[in-house]
Design a protein around this ligand. Structure first.
Ligand SMILES: NC(=O)c1ccc[n+]([C@@H]2O[C@H](COP(=O)([O-])OP(=O)(O)OC[C@H]3O[C@@H](n4cnc5c(N)ncnc54)[C@H](OP(=O)(O)O)[C@@H]3O)[C@@H](O)[C@H]2O)c1
Length: 316
C-alpha cells in the first residue's frame, strides 16, 4: 500500500524541541528502548523521554561511556550492545526478553557516518551492517516484546545520496562512504515501511525520521576543513545557518514515537515534527522524501534481503 506523505499539521515545526513535543504527554510506566541513547540526538531524546516519565533502556556499544553520560537522568538503564555483532545482538535481546517486560517504544537511533571501509562479519559494508542490518536483527529478535509498540527508525535526508544498490549492497565494486551512508539511510526508511505493513496486525507501527542537520559526534570522522567546505560549520566552528540544536534534532524521533494521530499514517517518513512532503529538490537541508525511500516494493525486497543476510525474519 502506498505511504501517505503529506503534512498533517502537527502544530510543531523545525524549531520545536523534544520537550515541546512531549508537553502534556505522560509516559509514566512506559518502556522505551533507544539505541545510541547516550550521545548526540539520542542523549537528548533520552533526557526528554525520562522527563516525561518513561523508563529508558539504552543499549550501548560503550557501556561505561553511556553510564557516565546518563548519570543523574532518572529511570535509565544501560546494557552492552554492538550493532555490528550479530551474536551480541542475540545475547542482548535474549536477556531483555527474559525480563518479560514489554516495549512501548523502540527508537533505532544509533548510526555511523563516514566509517572506515572495514567489512563486518561475512563481508558486510559497515554502514549497511550497523545502521540497517543491526537494527533489523534487533527489532526482529525483540518481536515478542513489541505488541502494540511504536518503532522509529532514525534515517536521514542522506537517503538522497543513494537508493539501495541492489546489485552490490556491500559496495564491493566501488566504495564511497557517502553512497554507503546514503544507502543505509534509505534502508532505514524502507525498514519502517515494511515493518509497519507486517506489524499492523499486532498493533506495531513504524516510522522513519530525518532529524535535521545538527552538529554531534556523528561528524567526527569528517575533517574540519571539509565540514567548512560543505557549509556545515563556519570557519569559527559555529553551526551553519539552518542547523538545529540537539534538542530540536531529537524532536522528530520523539514526536514520531508518541504522536497519537500518527497511528493512521504507518510507514511514513517524517521531518520537522510532521510527516514529510515528497522531495522537490536535491537540497538535503530542505529535505522531503525521495520516492525510493518509501517504495513498498523496495521495502519488501529489502526485508527479504535482510532476512537472508541475518538469517532472521520474525514478522513475515
Ligand atoms: N546529526 C545529524 O545531523 C544527523 C542528520 C541526519 C541523521 N542523523 C542520524 O541520527 C542518528 C544519531 O546520530 P547523532 O548525530 O546523534 O550521532 P552520534 O552522537 O554519533 O550518535 C550515534 C550513536 O550511535 C552509536 N553507535 C555507533 N556504532 C554503533 C554500534 N556498532 N553499535 C551500537 N551503537 C553504535 C554511537 O555509539 P558510540 O558513541 O559508542 O560510537 C552513538 O551513541 C544516526 O542514525 C544518524 O545517522 C543525524
Amino acid at each position: 500500500m502506498a505511504i501517505t506523505q503529506h503534512k498533517i499539521g502537527s502544530g510543531f515545526d523545525r524549531h520545536s524541541t523534544a520537550d515541546d513535543v512531549l508537553a502534556g504527554i505522560d509516559l509514566t510506566g512506559k518502556n522505551v528502548l533507544i539505541t545510541g541513547g547516550y550521545s548526540g540526538l539520542g542523549l537528548e531524546a533520552t533526557r526528554a523521554l525520562s522527563r516525561a516519565g518513561a523508563h529508558v533502556v539504552v543499549p550501548a556499544r560503550r557501556p561505561a561511556t553511556a553510564t557516565q553520560a546518563l548519570y543523574g537522568i532518572p529511570r535509565t538503564e544501560v546494557h552492552e550492545l554492538d550493532l555490528a555483532d550479530p551474536d551480541n545482538i542475540r545475547v542482548f535481546s535474549d536477556r531483555f526478553l527474559e525480563t518479560g517486560r514489554p516495549l512501548d517504544i523502540v527508537i533505532g537511533n544509533a548510526g555511523v557516518m563516514a566509517y572506515p571501509n572495514t567489512p563486518i562479519g561475512p563481508g558486510w559494508e559497515p554502514h549497511f551492517a550497523i545502521n540497517h542490518l543491526g537494527h533489523y536483527a534487533l527489532v526482529n529478535r525483540l518481536r515478542p516484546a513489541l505488541a502494540g509498540a511504536r518503532v522509529v527508525s532514525v534515517a536521514s535526508s542522506g537517503h538522497f545520496l543513494s537508493d539501495i544498490r541492489w546489485d552490490d549492497p556491500h559496495l564491493r565494486h566501488g566504495y564511497d562512504h557517502w553512497l554507503a551512508y546514503g544507502q543505509s539511510k534509505t534502508a532505514n526508511a524502507l525498514f519502517a515501511v515494511h515493518l509497519d505493513a507486517l506489524g499492523a496486525a499486532e498493533g506495531v507501527h513504524a516510522f522513519a525520521v530525518h532529524p535535521g542537520s545538527i552538529l554531534t559526534p556523528l561528524q567526527r570522522r569528517i575533517p574540519r576543513e571539509q565540514q567548512i567546505a560543505q557549509g556545515w560549520i563556519t570557519p569559527e566552528g559555529r553551526p551553519a545557518d539552518g542547523f538545529k540544536t540537539p534538542a530540536q534534532g531529537a524532536a522528530t524521533a520523539v514526536w514520531a514515537a508518541t504522536s497519537p494521530p500518527l497511528d493512521q499514517y504507518g510507514g511514513a517518513y517524517c521531518q520537522d515534527c510532521d510527516i514529510a512532503e515528497p522531495a522537490t529538490t536535491d537540497d538535503m537541508l530542505v529535505g522531503g522524501v525521495k520516492p525510493w525511500a518509501i517504495d513498498p516494493g523496495s521495502a519488501s525486497r529489502l526485508w527479504a534481503l535482510s532476512g537472508e543476510l541475518t538469517g532472521l525474519d520474525r514478522f513475515s
